[in-house]
Design a protein around this ligand. Structure first.
Ligand SMILES: Nc1nc2c(ncn2[C@@H]2O[C@H](COP(=O)(O)OP(=O)(O)OP(=O)(O)O)[C@@H](O)[C@H]2O)c(=O)[nH]1
Ligand SMILES: [Mg+2]
Length: 299
């Protein structure tokens, strides 16, 4: 019989290159939130794919931030650095529109690694074949990647081939998680993320980057008609009073719109009716407050 294979596949790259889209495509589930704005992902998020004779534990990570402006962003970079270290296979993702400098520190960092490393050149649906070849050449001359794979995570172009190649490189090992487990994060984490996704989508400028969402209550009950209902109470933290005013909008119109959109998304994700209650609180400069960051899970 074939040996069981397993391993940790960590996905790394700059913000907005499609790391979360790629993980979701590979795992085949809606795990990480995805938006058009950079710095959407703030934590390491595990997505587990199991088969009869293998298990891949993917880590989606925040985009690498060159000059962190807040302690929160420093913590995000620490999550990325941990992912450089504990991978069995590393997927370095770049987009076709991205330009790297010869001296970018990530190049030296990638060279130093000893585990198998893949280049995933993403968003190939947006480039000409010439541009794709040019970028593959540029990277293969600078980093000794084990594999260079052009793909489109959005269009699922070449993602199945990427999966087959990953399986070839996967070392022998046991299943690390029960085979039916999809992630190591609790349901509440994803509930908070879905609300944050709507804030990222509906608000502009600094608002998406100033909020944190904490789930205060998650209670499964029944409607009057006996249908399953989840009552969710979420606290949205902002860093300044002026942000609270923007978040609420005139007579609460903005937060109402966001709440409706979040509730619909949550209902689709949980496959249950949802009653969503949102509160906004100011936590002055929480992004630079060690204690707050610890409470919000940036450790
Ligand atoms: N055209 C195109 N767009 C893509 C592709 N993959 C992702 N995108 C889009 O790129 C944007 C960013 O995608 P994400 O998956 O959130 O990127 P990320 O690297 O996880 O971003 P951060 O979490 O901010 O670091 C979204 O608007 C995606 O729809 C692709 O293959 N082609
Ligand atoms: Mg992401």
């Amino acid at each position: 019989m074939e040996q069981h294979k397993s391993g940790f596949v960590n996905i790394i790259g700059r913000p907005n290159v499609g790391k979360s889209t790629l993980m979701n495509a590979l795992v085949g589930e809606r795990m990480s939130i995805i938006t058009a704005k950079p710095q959407t992902t703030r934590h390491r998020i595990t997505g587990i794919l199991s088969g009869e004779d293998f298990q891949m534990v993917f880590s989606d990570t925040p985009g690498i931030i060159e000059s962190p402006a807040y302690k929160m962003q420093e913590a995000m970079n620490r999550f990325v650095n941990s992912a450089f270290e504990d991978a069995d296979i590393l997927l370095f993702v770049t987009g076709v529109e991205e330009q790297y400098d010869e001296n970018d520190p990530v190049i030296a960092q990638l060279k130093k690694l000893s585990m198998p490393r893949f280049l995933v050149l993403n968003k190939t649906d947006l480039a000409t074949p010439e541009r794709i070849l040019e970028l593959l050449k540029w990277w293969s001359e600078r980093v000794p990647f084990d594999e260079c794979i052009p793909a489109s995570a959005l269009k699922k172009r070449n993602t199945e081939e990427l999966m087959q190649t990953l399986r070839k490189y996967l070392p022998e090992g046991p299943a690390y998680y029960p085979k039916d487990q999809l992630t190591d994060r609790p349901e509440r984490f994803f509930v908070a993320e879905i609300i944050r996704e709507k804030i990222l989508e509906l608000y502009q400028q600094e608002i998406p980057y100033s909020v944190e969402v904490a789930i205060e209550a998650f209670v499964e009950t029944k409607t009057k008609e006996g249908k399953p209902l989840v009552r969710i109470q979420a606290q949205i933290y902002v860093a300044r009073q002026s942000q609270k005013i923007i978040l609420l909008g005139r007579q609460g119109s903005a937060i109402k719109r966001m709440g409706t959109s979040a509730r619909k998304s949550l209902e689709a994700w949980l496959e249950k009716k949802v009653f969503l209650e949102l509160h906004v609180k100011v936590r002055e400069n929480w992004r630079d407050d060690e204690l707050q960051l610890k409470r919000f899970g940036y450790e």
